[in-house]
Design a binder for this molecule. Structure first.
Ligand SMILES: [Zn+2]
Ligand SMILES: [Zn+2]
Length: 307
């Protein structure tokens, strides 16, 4: 889904307007690039996003309005430039190779600097994505880690969208041998992992990671259970919230004894989720420290000197 930013006027993917919170994701009236540009969503009206956040039971960060008329964009007026920025941002949003190498904040900053004229370049249409990026000072190597989109999807399906290290849901197509060592994009060097295992493994030698991981299969099974239970409870909570919103709407009052009883029930459910989530996070942290310590010990063992 695409939204129009109430500040810069760009029509870009909804991901730019979504702020993740544990229980209550929020939609913002302006895009993340404008927010990084020090603009406050609370000063901008955006009726479309306001309505959608209400329907989705998301929070809304913006100035409340009844007007469908979007005010004129603040600092991007040239319509031809608008298309160019939109195209480049869309290219970045759909390019996993670029996203793996360039931090989104750095990408946003380059867009801002270009909009403000601090970088003397405006992305061009019909020019190679890599060239546009390079002219904005964003260097990524597109030949290195290139596994095309279809291959990634095939690998995800082959492993049933499960991390092959811990068993939780995963979607990062990962090299067994780090790319920095081998540049090997063959199918048998590619595996599916969750972002957490991917981060832990990072540039750690594959054999060591596997050795350490094999010793904690009981912990990994627990993590899968946590993940499943939390997903079920969160779904239940979302349903309970929808039910409550429906009841408020039906009765035309915000507060009566029955509604308050439902709210109390929901609060208990939320508390249970929070507490389970913090147990889960604690176990994840322990697991991460375990890998870090294992790697440190291994390195220490290889080095006989003590000074
Ligand atoms: Zn914007
Ligand atoms: Zn994993």
């Amino acid at each position: 889904m695409k939204f129009e930013c109430a500040s810069c006027g760009l029509r870009i993917d909804s991901l730019h307007f979504k702020q993740k919170g544990l229980m209550n994701p929020k939609l913002t009236s302006i895009c993340d690039i404008c927010i990084q540009h020090q603009l406050d969503p609370k000063n901008f009206e955006n009726k479309v996003i306001q309505d959608i956040s209400q329907v989705m039971l998301y929070g809304f960060s913006g100035k409340k309005t009844d007007s469908r008329q979007l005010k004129k964009a603040e600092y991007l007026v040239d319509r031809t430039q608008k298309k160019q920025y939109e195209a480049l941002i869309q290219d970045f949003d759909s390019n996993e190779v670029a996203q793996a190498q360039i931090d989104r904040r750095d990408f946003n900053q380059a867009i801002i600097d270009s909009e403000d004229g601090k970088i003397n370049y405006v992305p061009k249409l019909g020019v190679d994505f890599a060239v546009n990026m390079e002219n904005l000072g964003l260097k990524a190597d597109f030949s290195l880690n290139e596994v095309d989109y279809i291959d990634r999807e095939r690998i995800r399906a082959r492993y049933n969208y499960r991390c092959q290290y811990c068993g939780r849901r995963g979607s990062s197509v990962d090299h067994k041998d780090p790319v920095s060592l081998s540049h090997n994009n063959n199918f048998d060097n590619l595996i599916l992992s969750c972002s957490e295992c991917n981060t832990i493994k990072s540039n750690m030698p594959y054999e060591l990671f596997i050795k350490l991981n094999d010793r904690i299969s009981g912990i990994n099974k627990k993590l899968v259970k946590y993940e499943n239970t939390l997903a079920n409870l969160k779904e239940e909570f979302a349903q309970a919230k929808r039910y409550l919103a429906g009841q408020v709407h039906l009765r035309g009052v915000v507060s009566d004894p029955e509604l308050n009883a439902i709210r109390k029930q929901n609060k208990k459910l939320q508390d249970a989720i929070d507490s389970l989530q913090s147990d889960y996070d604690a176990l994840r942290n322990t697991r991460k420290s375990y890998f870090e310590a294992g790697w440190k010990l291994e390195t220490e063992q290889e080095n006989p000197d003590i000074i």
